[in-house]
Write a new protein. Structure first.
Length: 158
């Protein structure tokens, strides 16, 4: 479960997340999100069969990660993150493309996600990859309190 691509001076490798990755992932969560997941949440995801967790590396260093959940025909992108210095260099694109392949192979019909309405960069990214808004979920985020836009990508369209 690895893919390698040379983009913008990065050699990006995508592989499954391991327990040894979680302290670094936890530090990145704290750095990148106002409402971060705990390290324990990542350990729990690794322990569950219906969860998938990936890391993106450049020269052995974690520069991004993503988690997803598969339940029957439904899949859910639960988080995706890239360190600031590596954004706009195809890291998130490669993580998302990897997840899309996995959930299609699992015969999922769609991939859902939530995103803050103020995260216009992420919304544009998701739209470029076939997602569209389904509805708005009030007060989904806690720090700061903000709605979530629920977006979907129907996998027969992707």
């Amino acid at each position: 479960m690895s893919s390698v691509g040379k983009t913008s001076k990065l050699t990006i490798t995508i592989r499954a997340m391991t327990a040894e990755d979680i302290p670094r992932i936890g530090a990145l969560e704290q750095e990148l999100f106002p409402d971060p997941w705990s390290e324990n949440a990542f350990y729990e995801a690794l322990a569950e069969d219906d969860w998938g967790s990936l890391v993106a590396l450049d020269d052995g260093e974690i520069i991004g990660y993503a988690c997803y959940l598969i339940i029957d025909v439904e899949s859910h992108l639960t988080n995706i993150a890239v360190v600031e210095s590596c954004r706009r260099k195809s890291v998130a694109k490669q993580l998302l493309e990897h997840i899309l392949r996995v959930v299609k192979e699992a015969e999922c019909e769609y991939l859902l996600l939530e995103v803050r309405p103020t995260n216009t960069g992420a919304i544009a990214f998701y739209r470029r990859h076939g997602f569209r808004q389904l509805y708005r979920r009030p007060n989904y985020y806690r720090n700061p309190v903000e709605d979530a836009l629920v977006m979907v990508c129907y996998l027969d369209d992707a």
